[in-house]
Design a protein around this ligand. Structure first.
Ligand SMILES: Cc1cc2nc3c(=O)[nH]c(=O)nc-3n(C[C@H](O)[C@H](O)[C@H](O)COP(=O)(O)OP(=O)(O)OC[C@H]3O[C@@H](n4cnc5c(N)ncnc54)[C@H](O)[C@@H]3O)c2cc1C
Ligand code: SF4
Ligand code: SF4
Ligand code: SF4
Length: 373
């Protein structure tokens, strides 16, 4: 039976829970909100199915072709070049069930199933938090068993889990993963929003992790209170400094060009240098990796106008296609203090405005100046 000895060996994909024929596994959040499987020994018959379905290991397969592309009509409401939305739209139009991450009215990010084009809107844009996939691999399998084709979008580990559970029905499942830097803690996101509501004295009515209105390179969150909104980077700064990552992200087996999916979507960072004159207006550009024949067949044609160029992958290489994200040296301390004292405390000590951060930034600036001499 599944036994998690080290928290960095489980991505929380939920595949084992949905694979268990005796319903002996529940996904239970730890103190940071990261889900882990918990086995009920009274229900478990030690059949080993959960161990066999776990796909938290490197994917096999050669790297495929890479393309820089964007859909001009989708740029204002997409995170990169609108590739994710275009793929999902094509799939629902073809009668497939689409799965992706949506933020609910309670600001919790969960995977949902969509079969109508109108339902795709909440799946657009990046959510920098682990999406809850409890029960989702099983729903995908149920769709496949019912003869419905499926397009699943998610992190590579989520795709690997869904693909493993699909087994022989994998041929009717199109997996689209994202190039993944790692997922931050759901409870930190929840507590951040509570903190902001208290500070502003108003309930939140909307939130975006990366506001596309600030341009493609912008990495700030937008928080809405009715007709009023504010831009902040308190949460983004904790994320990009790698202080609150899921432990498995720091040992991620999917940080490579060998993907567990048919297609990979990403930001095409570096496109300005790799393809001068192409998509250099800060409005967004996607990177598409075509990993399988099935992926190639699906992405070979789109109805909507698009700008597309083949690109040398080495010219737009990203750290997370080569190695997992490195933990911040204070990440364990961040977690300990968060669990003991709560969000406002860690924000005071690790946030942009904290003395720790200001002193560390000064030291970095000084070192850069000194090295440049
Ligand atoms: C946690 C995280 C880390 C990322 N790290 C990188 C990186 O290091 N480098 C890089 O180039 N790109 C990264 N991306 C991907 C990038 O930010 C865009 O999401 C991606 O390029 C798709 O943009 P788009 O315009 O094509 O899609 P859109 O049309 O905006 O659609 C967004 C798609 O992303 C999926 N999605 C959004 N949030 C989540 C989530 N939390 N979990 C699972 N699926 C989600 C949705 O289901 C949807 O299919 C990351 C995304 C996430 C969620
Ligand atoms: S060993 Fe079998 S019964 Fe036990 S938790 Fe795993 S799948 Fe369920
Ligand atoms: S990685 Fe997924 S399948 Fe493996 S133990 Fe964790 S939740 Fe279960
Ligand atoms: S970094 Fe790896 S383990 Fe973490 S969410 Fe992404 S694919 Fe999963």
């Amino acid at each position: 039976m599944i036994h998690i000895e080290n928290r960095n060996q489980c991505s929380g994909c939920s595949a084992c829970a949905d694979a268990c024929p005796h319903r002996a596994i529940r996904m239970v959040p730890d103190g940071m909100g990261f889900p882990y499987p918990a086995v009920d020994p009274d229900l478990c018959v030690d059949c080993g199915i959960c161990d066999r379905v776990c796909a938290f290991r490197p994917a096999a397969g050669p790297a495929g072709a890479a393309f820089a592309l964007r859909f001009p009509a989708y740029l204002d409401r997409s995170q990169s070049g609108g590739l994710g939305y275009a793929l999902m739209r094509k799939a629902v139009r073809a009668g497939m069930a689409v799965y992706g991450a949506a933020m609910g009215a309670d600001f919790v990010v969960r995977h949902v199933r969509v079969t109508q084009e109108e339902g795709l809107e909440p799946l657009r844009l990046t959510k920098y938090v682990q999406s809850d996939t409890a029960g989702i691999p099983g729903r995908v399998l149920a769709d496949l068993k019912a003869g419905r084709k499926v397009l699943f979008t998610g992190t590579p580990c989520q795709c690997a889990g869904v693909g493993a559970l699909a087994g022989a029905r994998r041929k009717d499942l199109l997996l689209v993963d994202l190039l993944c830097h790692g997922v931050p803690a759901p409870f930190v996101w929840r507590d951040y929003l509570r903190y902001v509501e208290k500070r502003e004295g108003e309930p939140l009515t909307g939130a975006l992790f990366r506001d596309p209105a600030l341009g493609w390179h912008g990495a700030k969150e937008k928080l809405c209170f009715g007709s009023r909104s504010l831009t902040a980077d308190e949460y983004a700064s904790l994320y990009f400094r790698r202080l609150m990552m899921r432990p498995s992200c720091l040992a991620c087996p999917f940080a490579s060009l060998a993907r567990p999916s048919d297609l990979t979507m990403a930001d095409c960072w570096g496109v300005e240098k790799a393809l001068p004159g192409f998509a250099d207006d800060n409005r967004g550009c996607s990177l598409l990796l075509v990993n399988t024949e099935a992926g190639h067949a699906f992405a070979a044609h789109f109805d909507e106008p698009l700008e597309l160029r083949e690109v040398d992958i080495d010219a737009v290489m990203q750290p997370n296609l080569q190695a997992p994200t490195q933990a911040h040296k204070y990440a364990p301390l961040f977690e300990r203090l968060y669990l003991r004292h709560g969000f406002p405390f860690v924000l005071r000590h690790f946030g942009q405005a904290s003395w720790n951060h200001r002193i560390a930034s000064r030291i970095v600036k000084f070192k850069k100046k000194w090295l440049a001499k």
